[in-house]
Design a protein around this ligand. Sequence first.
Ligand code: SAM
Ligand code: SF4
Ligand code: SF4
Length: 370
Amino acid sequence: MSERIIPITDARRIKPLPELGISKAGTSGATDGLVADTLGRKLRDLRISVTDRCNFRCVYCMPKEIFGPDYKYLARSDLLSFEEIIRLVRVFRRHGIQKVRLTGGEPLLRRNLERLITDLSALGTVEQPLDITLTTNGSLLAKKARALREAGLTRITVSLDSLDDETFRAMNDVDFPVSDVLEGIDAALAAGLAPVKVNMVVKRGVNDHHVVAMAKRFKGTGCIVRFIEYMDVGASNGWRMDDVVPSAEIVRRINAEMPLEQADPHYRGEVAERWLHADGSGEIGVISSVTQAFCRDCNRARLSTDGMLYTCLFASQGYDLRTLIRNGTSDDGIAEAIARLWSVRDDRYSEIRTAETAKARKVEMSYIGG
Ligand code: SAM
Ligand code: SF4
Ligand code: SF4
């Protein structure tokens, strides 16, 4: 194991909450309402990692050399239970959370996930709807799409890095075929989860020559392909700037074959930049986390599988909300803790990324949630 790798247990370097003066009893809802961080960004979006395990070993996320047979995943007792997740989401809702994304690891590996989705969807109201979405590698989707929809899932994102079977098998590194993921996408569309978003992480020299084919395959299908710049998340993927294909180049390449027109974002802080097919047959998106950082509008908090709160995808430290849940802290106390933690946030990693920061110790994406 290289020195730069942080095993998950060690990666959970936690900032002690008492430093922030948080009491168990809280202040009876005094901190409820929208909460802004030091840069004025309001908390809107919560990503929850429901498992740190995965049945793929994508080379850019969970490389086999690190996530091998001896890798120590979280113990079952460390995981937040569904009841604990629901309690936390209920408290986050007091601060105006409008969207929950379930992720991981591979979220569909978590047993009875539909039950969690059903309970989450019960938290939405007419006045404060709750968008429940999920990011999956699609491997189990053909079987589960209908049940997920029936449980109340509103939208879904499926990751697929290439339509070329050989390339895809090499990238997921477990020899998983493209056809099964395509079947999962079809099942999601049939279950009424349109538009299905399809995420493709683009790595130069590995799959970038398949970008146009990907856009072509999903044009007019009700799917929106989103091309993601390869990021220096975690500390195990050996990221180099040379491997990144800038979004502007991706748009140029697709536009040369299928004319595109830029569209306005649906809302402030939308991660993907939208491009419409000029012939009206749908759209694509590009996520330029490296070349055009969007920290300025970043309103996302992340809850790790074991209940640590991270305020940035590139964080090296989290805040231990699980202890608050398990030590008798009231909902008011937890609401107050979340408000305080968010109010001291100053993260803007992608805006200040350098070759040096890219080498820093950061938590792995499979643990913190993508
Ligand atoms: N296992 C699920 C999946 O793959 O969709 C959910 C978790 S995965 C960590 C979430 C998203 O992060 C996926 O779309 C994946 O492609 C993306 N991702 C993982 N590592 C990445 C990296 N180094 N750069 C850019 N995106 C990455
Ligand atoms: Fe698993 Fe998703 Fe990471 Fe691939 S990107 S290894 S599918 S968690
Ligand atoms: Fe948000 Fe951190 Fe990504 Fe910037 S680097 S957009 S603050 S998650």
